[in-house]
Design a protein around this ligand. Structure first.
Ligand SMILES: [Zn+2]
Ligand SMILES: [Zn+2]
Length: 418
């Protein structure tokens, strides 16, 4: 009987947890092995998406915003995450009762993006920051998710943007928080005017702190290298600009502006790290959706045909070039290989609704003549050409009708100069 009771009770407890509390990992859309960075990144994305200022009159967005912030607070701290992993929501509840304070979701938001945690109209906005990221041609061809770093101004984590070592901000005693003080000035006897001046004690902020935060020296912000994930989609144009909303420099005084990333094509290099698969495609030149390549042919190949070349493309597949015996290639001839250019970028990518199309590959042939020939070969070729010259040779010089001797029109002038 007693055993039965315990089972029922624990079943009930289980049912309650399953009904009321959402799994924090699911809320953030991450798995249980997620790194600290992935947790942060999930919070950044979702908190912006569900921010109530962006979803007016949508109470579910508000609830989600609160939940996302709750999940982040629980999982971003190693100790609290461990408690959550072992004891679930119940464990966290107990920890909170023992004094682990909870944050206002808007405060948390402002620690990431600055300002007062709101996107209110009229609120000051920071500058946009422009960053150029060099990308290898093969990443434009294949598509790639990569990372880059930049020196970003962030709200100091240690003092949570207060600038104070104890995180306590006092009202400035000099100006009583007004940021200005009123000074009476006598302009002339009997003429007194009042002038408002910025409070020197607090620099006009109306707030003061007792001890400066050691991490930011009271500046409330710190600049540090920040890693940003970047997805280059197949066929994106060189110079494509991507905006990361509110990811520029953060400050407690304003809402962060946008980080604008421009991807630019990197010069190909001979270094192996840039070309691990040793593909020819690394040295393709791109113009829009088309690719360009120069191929060298020997005199024999250009004249007689019967040759092949295997070009390795940017993803390693092979484009076969060649001519049958008897097919002549003129120097500087440009051959168009249809469909072997860049993928044409499409916002849907490659999906059921849309199949990737490709530009063309243009191969320009350079014919190289030998500097020297073995004398035996030279003799045989000479004899061969002589034979055919005698039979039905053409004399391009004679046919051109150009004069045999120089035409001297101004002989006197030339003598004078000498
Ligand atoms: Zn600080
Ligand atoms: Zn003051």
């Amino acid at each position: 009987m007693r055993f039965f009771k315990t089972v029922v009770l624990s079943l009930l407890a289980f049912a309650q947890v399953a009904l009321c509390a959402e799994d924090y990992y699911k809320v953030l859309g991450i798995n249980k092995q997620a790194t600290e960075k992935q947790i942060k990144s999930a919070y950044r994305q979702l908190s912006k998406k569900y921010h109530p200022d962006k979803n007016p009159n949508d109470s579910t967005a508000h609830d989600k915003f609160v939940l996302v912030s709750e999940a982040y607070e629980a999982l971003s701290d190693a100790e609290s995450r461990q408690i959550y992993d072992q004891h679930g929501h119940e464990g966290l509840k107990q920890r909170k009762q023992q004094g682990g304070g909870s944050h206002d979701p808007f405060d948390l938001f402002s620690r990431f993006f600055g300002g007062g945690g709101h996107y209110q109209p009229g609120q000051r906005r920071g500058h946009n920051v422009e960053v150029k990221v060099p990308i290898a041609l093969r990443d434009f061809y294949n598509g790639r998710t990569t990372e880059f770093q930049w020196n970003k101004q962030e709200i100091c984590e240690q003092c949570e943007g207060t600038g104070a070592a104890d995180r306590v901000v006092h009202t400035c005693p000099t100006c009583q928080g007004r940021g200005v003080r009123t000074v009476r000035q006598q302009l002339a006897p009997g003429m007194i005017t009042q002038v408002q001046m910025q409070c020197d004690a607090c620099g006009g902020r109306g707030k003061s702190i007792k001890h400066r935060c050691p991490a930011c020296s009271g500046e409330r912000v710190v600049r540090k290298p920040t890693t940003v994930s970047l997805t280059v989609q197949r066929g994106m144009a060189d110079g494509t600009r991507m905006a990361y909303e509110n990811e520029a420099d953060a400050s407690p005084d304003y809402v962060a502006g946008d980080l604008i990333v421009t991807i630019i094509e990197k010069e190909p290099s001979l270094e192996e790290e840039d070309n691990p698969d040793r593909v020819d495609g690394v040295f393709f030149r791109r113009r829009g959706d088309d690719l360009f390549w120069s191929e060298i042919l020997s005199l024999r190949e250009a004249l007689m045909g019967d040759w092949t070349r295997n070009l390795t493309h940017l993803d390693g597949h092979i484009v076969r070039l060649g001519r049958k015996r008897g097919d002549v290639v003129q120097p500087n001839h440009v051959e168009t290989v249809a469909g072997e250019g860049m993928p044409k970028w499409h916002e849907d990518g490659d999906s059921v609704y849309h199949k990737t199309e490709y530009g063309d590959l243009r191969v320009e042939y350079t014919v190289v003549l030998p500097d020297q020939m073995e004398s035996g070969m030279e003799k045989e070729l000479w004899a061969l050409f002589q034979k055919w010259r005698a039979k039905k040779g053409v004399d391009l010089h004679k046919d051109s009708g150009r004069p045999e001797k120089p035409i001297m029109r101004d002989e006197h002038h030339e003598h004078e100069e000498l």
